[in-house]
Design a protein around this ligand. Structure first.
Ligand code: A2P
Length: 294
């Protein structure tokens, strides 16, 4: 990866720009419009959102403004949204997708994700719920309403049942998820699921790549960053990329949005990658898919 518009390639052959702007906790209204449009003008080509963030109308306005001001076409931009947990199931998913698309003011999505798996601690029939939701995703994909489909926060036991027959012989999905968006940052690498995805053609995206800002003052991270003459935020973003994980840093500040994408002028050595990998648990959100109560 040498620049922001460079892409990872998904299992369906489509490119996905290698860093996305996160929009969780970006306030609806001017804040979201500004952050999104400003990122696009700076060269970001990937915006990551979700219905539950409560800001999709503003994100949509930011997308429209950014496209206009950057003088690019809609096709050059990659926009993601996610299905919220209350909308699982075949029919509800299709309705929720229409609402998201209308709120964003778009006529297709580049990527739609199941935000969290239905899990065993919540539902006896969690597998059937995930499969029904996935069937709706497959329909939207086949109809061209969304160009790629995937999941988020799925651990191996949630993801495996949705993989196609090639990967999971007893399973019935006809389109395998192309993406799994997971919490991923120094101090929280989720090695099991990340390596499962990477061996099975599922692109991993990393949410909270800066550990929601909590890693940025860690002395060990600061020390390594200083050696490269970069910020700890840049070190986190670059580290994710070098793990072939697509980082989604969130910021609403112009200077930070720029900084988080300015990561192509240095390369972390294998030794420093190992040192960062070896950091103990830190900055974790504590939101395990098998425990959350939402
Ligand atoms: P803000 O939006 O006010 O800039 P993550 O992407 O891991 O969830 O981290 C997001 C948090 O980190 C937000 O609180 C964001 O605040 C902050 N943040 C984002 N980029 C930077 C940066 N370059 N330097 C310091 N803090 C940052």
């Amino acid at each position: 990866m040498n620049r922001l518009a460079d892409t990872f390639v998904l299992s369906n052959g489509r490119g996905i720009p290698c860093i996305g702007l996160g929009t969780w906790q970006t306030a609806s209204g001017e804040e979201a419009v500004e952050a999104v449009s400003c990122a696009i003008k700076m060269g970001y080509r990937h915006i990551d959102g979700a219905a539950i963030y409560g800001n999709e109308r503003s994100v949509g306005k930011g997308v429209a403004l950014g496209i206009r001001e950057a003088g690019i076409s809609r096709e050059e931009l990659f926009v993601t949204s996610k299905l919220w947990n209350t909308e699982r199931g075949y029919d509800r998913t299709l309705d929720a997708f229409e609402k998201t698309l209308a709120d964003l003011g778009l006529d297709y999505l580049d990527l739609y994700l199941i935000h969290w798996p239905a899990a065993a601690h919540q539902f006896d029939d969690w597998q059937a719920i995930n499969r029904d939701t996935w069937r709706a995703f497959e329909k939207l994909y086949h109809e061209g309403r969304v160009r790629s489909i995937g999941v988020s926060n799925f651990l191996r036991h949630h993801l495996e049942p949705l993989m196609t027959a090639d990967v999971a012989p007893m399973m019935t999905a006809d389109v395998a998820p192309m993406v799994d968006q997971l919490e991923f940052h120094p101090g929280f690498m989720q090695t099991d699921i990340v390596s499962y995805c990477q061996h099975n053609g599922v692109q991993v995206e990393g949410w909270s790549p800066l550990g929601r800002g909590k890693l940025l003052t860690d002395g060990r991270m600061v020390q390594i960053a200083e050696r490269y003459g970069v910020s700890t935020a840049q070190l986190c973003v670059r580290w994710a990329l070098q793990h072939d994980v697509l980082p989604l840093p969130k910021s609403t500040h112009e200077q930070r949005i720029r900084e988080n994408a300015d990561v192509f002028g240095f390369k972390i050595t294998a030794q420093d990658m190992d040192a960062i990998d070896a950091l103990p648990f830190m900055g974790g959100s504590g939101s395990s898919p098998d425990e959350v109560d939402f």
